[in-house]
Design a protein around this ligand. Sequence first.
Ligand SMILES: [Zn+2]
Length: 445
Amino acid sequence: MAAMGCAAQSAKTEPAVTADPQIAAALKQISARRIQANIEKLVSFGTRLTLSAQDPASIAAGRGIGAARDWIKSEFERYSTDCGGCLDVKTDSFTEEPGERIPKATEIINVFAVLKGTDAASAKRIVLVTGHYDSRNSDTFDVNGGAPGANDDGSGTAVSLECARVLSKIKFAGTIVFLTVAGEEQGLNGSHHFAKMAKDQGWELEAVLNNDIVGGDKSAEQNHSVVRVFSEGVPAAATEQDLRRIRGLGGESDSASRQVARYIAEVGRVYDAGVKPMLVFRLDRYLRGGDHYSFNQQGFAAVRLTEFREDFHHQHQNVRTEGGVEYGDLPKFVDYDYVTHVARLNAATLASLAAAPAPPAHVHILTKDLENDSTLTWEASPGSPAPDYEVVWRATTSPEWEHTQGVGNATRATLKLSKDNVIFAVRAVDRPGHRSLAVVPVPER
Ligand SMILES: [Zn+2]
């Protein structure tokens, strides 16, 4: 495309997005050895079925979901001790009444650690990483049988833990929450409760990264250099008014969740995580669901990361050999280097967002008159020093942002480019080059 002028400011060549050396250094601290030890520890509890034992005797014996949960909590607490108490380790506990996959009232406990932002205003902004620590075998009600859950979702739990350990050594303006939930296999119960709590308490949750089955199962057709990133198109929480606008203007691929996916794609190019994100423009895989959806339902931007190719013999299966085929979610099928790479991609994304200025608010595109230029306006992001802004755009048929125009610290920009032909967004950028999420404008007449 030809160079685009900008009436608000003379056109300039944008510097490429570059890596933050502190974040790049932190990624190197993410350890395959630690991740392996954590997954093996989770497997050692025998089963982590949400309905399994959580009485004191079972916890003391190291079997069942109660023991697993206590261990996760003690790990977060240990990381906190190592950073001078920088993590606030908490539980979100509730009783789930009987339902389809919950035969009797069951206590469900989510465990999380909060790394509070250092800047009073920015600390209200939260990015979150989650995995589910519950597991299951062939039978969702089998409270005693083995359910190792090494990949599903020992891997995602290990990502939350390792991100907490490493990122807690750094200070960020924004807040990062490291979450592990239960009840996923019974019907997303833990994440549903947590997401609703976040909504009820008015959390400014900017992005949720749900890691579920990121073990890189060692099957012959696995691609160990790719991780899938699933994101909803039309938001689950869209109002009738939102839906009318989406239909009318072609907003099907511009949910806030999809902006998070695009952000991860950019992070994957800037940082060498060892694995490349492959964006999949759908909520989830066929016949499957996950905890990101609980957040989507409450109106939060949330995506799911999952290995490139799943081996269904190694998920939701009793451990056994049948007809020469090994079934079960065992540690020996997990590629620990792969989980490490996925953890690095998560950590780079969390760190980039927590370091970035707030995204611009009230982004509008002026549509009062029929004209071939496009004018965008927005509210300055709070915080100091005041950030600069970039307008990004792409062809309506393109998956990712293709062009960037810096506009300094203005809160209005006119581009010699027809809004009828492209999709625009605005993002904030600070001096060191941390970018906020991109915000797509709503029309203003
Ligand atoms: Zn899972």
